[in-house]
Design a binder for this molecule. Structure first.
Ligand SMILES: Cc1ncc(COP(=O)(O)O)c(C=O)c1O
Length: 407
């Protein structure tokens, strides 16, 4: 016996990248600089490290079975953060659920909320963070890819979705700032999607894990919950109806190893999701909850972190702009770089010549029409993650410039 749904899963982009690079080798003497993985490399806040290293507190915390719902302190810290950052009033008791990082939550929310009925659809951007697709497939739904095309300024184009497709849709993932495009979704775009969610009865899952990394103070990423609070078509008794927003400490606070995030929004959905999670057994440990509450309560380290990314983008842009069709992302830490040759060869040759790894866009997208094998919106792009320190990023940008000259 075997779970046949597993057979529908696509190889993960990093597996495909390893395969692509199997026979590529850098024969020179340059150090390898990986720019393919979005793993934050800035230092974590020292007060979080110190809190985790407190042996006396840890002794107590390790002796506790943590509650799936999280501690009151953590949910309160998150609620305060939502109020301060987005002006959202979320009740810590009913609107907020701590999760073990957004990745597991973006996956498990589909298992918890989808019907499993044949023919149901889950919308998601294309290109995308592949967890959305795996989540839909393993929950027995089919992915509905919504293209984010260069000609549409990398915005999700919902106009191509037919009424029949909307009727079959149970869930839509959005990602703002987008991975890999760096594009933000505006409040008006979110309001329009909420309208569709009410019209066609689906849930919106908003991945906002990059919300604190942005490049213009006049263009600050908004939350789906801000739009939901402004939406006038829903029920007054059910705030944030059909809307869930996902946040993480991984990028905001450089704590990818802490595995800490939260889901906030519609209390009815949070309740259903909580009952699923009680069985799933993925409560965040007490010391991580304690450290997370401290991290959500501090903005100084977030400002510092954002400033580091801004400085890096300014430095690498200066080096790359004469050689590439470059676009500053509105948020996140990736350049979604158009490649002068096809993206797979670009990635292979870059590794061989300059010992740099980037992620080909082809691996992050899906063909728009599988039968016709028509264009994959990721093609002709590579995703460059500027996560390393300034020195490595500048060296990598210089090598990328040199590589462009060699083409
Ligand atoms: C778009 C997007 N969503 C979610 C995640 C998961 O982040 P975490 O599980 O660390 O919160 C990532 C990580 O790279 C991501 O790029």
């Amino acid at each position: 016996m075997r779970n046949s749904k597993l057979e529908h899963l696509q190889p993960y982009p990093f597996e495909r990248l390893r395969e692509l690079h199997k026979h590529c080798e850098h024969r020179g003497s340059l150090d390898h600089i990986p720019l393919s993985l979005g793993e934050p490399k800035h230092p974590p806040p020292s007060f979080v490290v110190e809190a985790l290293a407190d042996a006396q507190a840890l002794t107590t915390q390790l002796g506790i079975y943590p509650a799936t719902k999280g501690t009151d302190e953590l949910r309160l810290a998150i609620s305060d953060w939502l109020q301060g950052r987005f002006g959202i009033s979320a009740d810590p008791a009913t609107h907020i659920l701590p999760v073990y990082g957004t990745r597991e939550a973006l996956f498990s929310v589909a298992q918890a909320l989808l019907s499993g009925c044949a023919g149901s659809l889950v919308g998601m951007p294309n290109p995308f963070y592949q967890i959305y697709e795996g989540a839909a497939l393993l929950a027995g739904a089919r992915p509905l890819y919504i293209p984010n095309l260069a000609e549409n300024d990398y915005r999700a184009d919902f106009t191509g979705v037919t009424p029949a497709q909307w009727r079959a849709t149970e869930m839509v993932y959005i990602c703002s700032p987008g991975n890999p495009t760096g594009q933000l979704m505006s409040l008006d775009e979110m309001l329009a999607l909420i309208d569709l969610a009410h019209q066609y009865d689906f849930v919106i899952i908003s991945d906002e894990c990059y919300s604190e990394l942005y490049y213009k103070d006049e263009l600050v990423p908004c939350s789906l919950l801000e739009a939901a609070a402004q939406y006038r078509g829903g029920s007054a008794q059910r705030p944030f109806e059909r809307c869930l927003s996902f946040h993480s400490l991984s990028k905001r606070s450089n704590l990818p190893g802490l595995r800490s995030g939260f889901v906030a929004g519609d209390a009815t959905l949070i309740q259903q999701y909580l009952s699923y999670r009680t069985y799933h057994g993925c409560a965040m440990s007490a010391h991580h909850q304690y450290a997370s509450a401290l991290a959500w309560g501090d903005e100084a380290h977030v400002l510092e972190n954002r400033a580091l990314y801004r400085d890096k983008f300014a430095a690498v842009t200066k080096i790359l702009a004469p050689h590439y069709d470059l676009r500053q992302p509105e948020g996140g830490f990736y350049h979604w770089l158009r490649t002068p040759i096809d993206d797979l060869s670009f990635s292979q040759r870059l590794l061989e010549q300059q010992h740099i790894t980037v992620m080909p866009g082809t691996f992050l997208g899906r063909h728009l029409d599988e039968d016709a094998n028509s264009g994959n919106p990721g093609q002709g792009h590579v995703r460059v993650a500027w996560v390393a320190g300034m020195e490595d990023c500048v060296t990598a940008a210089q090598r990328l410039a040199e590589f462009a000259r060699s083409l």
